[in-house]
Design a protein around this ligand. Structure first.
Ligand code: OSB
Ligand code: MG
Length: 369
């Protein structure tokens, strides 16, 4: 297929409720939507998942725009691509900037699937008809409020509850939650807020039967995580530290992680995500699909990826309505009793809702071969 056109939309959407983590609070999301067109008029959609500030990783939506506009589009425009697996190789001379690369690569995967009359899930080799999802809950004003929020999401059927922790907001919070909900599948995400000096505190979490603790230590570390894992029983799940297949291989080899959170953007695309998935499956390491507070296009990509067989733990891909007043796809993503049905239409399986999209589009930039 020949890529003949690319359209970038700069988007801004307000979150229904602010989302707080150890590194900051999200009130809105600035992001990019990409539409690629081939010589036959097929189209594919991608979403850049970077945030407005470099809190989670070094990328931002502005650095993504710069990379996509000035470096990545020139590499794919007027370019013959046989399979989306080739995009990784085309982008390899450019270092990092994984979320920018993933947005473009994702659009090409969608285009490829549509052109070949496949669902994106099928194109990736996924087989699940429905996927199990959990929910990630931001830091709340009080523990009472957190318990109310957890109660509400359990009633909605989410299959596991993830709560954010940070220094001063950890063991006591988890203790209260466990007391209120003795048997729910529960986990904590620290977003790199601790160091090995906190080892005694992190050990205390072993009492509360957590499924895992996500990214307790530095965002670029795999050495200290291996030391920490030797000292605690709770399985460590790496998020920020895994930016490639090579990171995953090394972290598993060192014993730094027992579970991996795969985010398509963080690892640079669907091809790399699948490579990590396959390797983890071989090594007996379960994976789950993380979230970046995506709008519908990104959410659809997550669902397709999660249909692969080693996504055995519930991911963070919740209903569109958990984040947005209205989403940019039709139908919106809906989790029923903690399950999302993998769509059966070709490509990402959801229609872009241009009317809604236009309402939140700040600017469009068009490229033609
Ligand atoms: O660490 O997974 C994370 C949100 C923003 C930044 C980082 C993370 C998160 C989440 C929410 O946990 C994921 C989602 O619901 O999309
Ligand atoms: Mg995380």
């Amino acid at each position: 297929m020949l890529i003949t056109e690319v359209n970038i939309r700069k988007m801004k959407m307000m979150m229904k409720t602010p989302f707080s983590t150890s590194f900051g609070t999200f009130q809105h999301k600035d992001f990019l939507l990409l539409e690629v067109t081939d010589e036959l008029g097929n189209t594919g959609w991608g979403e850049s998942t970077a945030f407005h500030s470099p809190w989670y990783t070094e990328e931002t939506f502005e650095t993504n725009l710069h990379m996509i506009r000035d470096f990545l589009i020139p590499l794919i425009l007027d370019q013959e691509i046989t399979h989306p697996n080739e995009v990784n190789t085309l982008f390899a001379p450019l270092r990092k900037n994984n979320m920018a690369k993933a947005a473009v690569e994702g659009a090409i995967w969608d285009l490829y699937a549509k052109r070949n009359k496949l669902t994106l899930a099928e194109a990736l080799g996924g087989t699940a008809e429905k996927i199990e999802v959990g929910i990630s809950i931001g830091i709340q004003k009080s523990t009472e409020q957190l318990i109310d929020v957890v109660q509400r999401f359990i009633e909605e059927g989410y299959k596991r509850i993830k709560v954010k922790i940070k220094p001063g907001h950890d063991v006591e919070v988890i203790r209260s939650l466990r007391e209120a909900f003795p048997t729910i599948p529960l986990m904590a995400d620290a977003n790199s807020a601790y160091t090995l000096d906190d080892i005694d505190l992190l050990k205390q979490l072993d009492e509360y039967n957590l499924m895992m603790i996500e990214q307790p230590l530095a965002s670029d570390d795999i050495i200290d995580h291996a030391k920490l894992q030797k000292a605690i029983k709770t399985p460590i799940c790496l998020d920020e530290s895994i930016t490639s297949f090579e990171d995953a291989r090394k972290a598993i080899e060192l014993g730094s992680t027992q579970i991996i959170n795969v985010k398509i953007g963080r690892v640079g695309g669907l091809t790399e995500s699948k490579k990590i998935h396959d390797y983890c499956m071989e090594k007996g390491i379960p994976v789950w699909c993380g979230g970046m507070l995506e709008a519908g296009i990104g959410r659809a990509h997550n669902i397709a990826l999660t249909s692969l067989p080693n996504f055995t733990l519930p991911g963070d891909t919740a209903s569109s309505s958990r984040y947005w007043e209205e989403d940019v796809i039709t139908p919106e993503v809906v989790a029923v009793d903690g399950f999302i049905t993998v769509p059966t239409e070709y490509g990402i399986g959801y229609e872009p809702n241009l009317e809604v999209m236009d309402r939140y589009t700040v600017e469009q930039i068009h490229f033609k071969a």
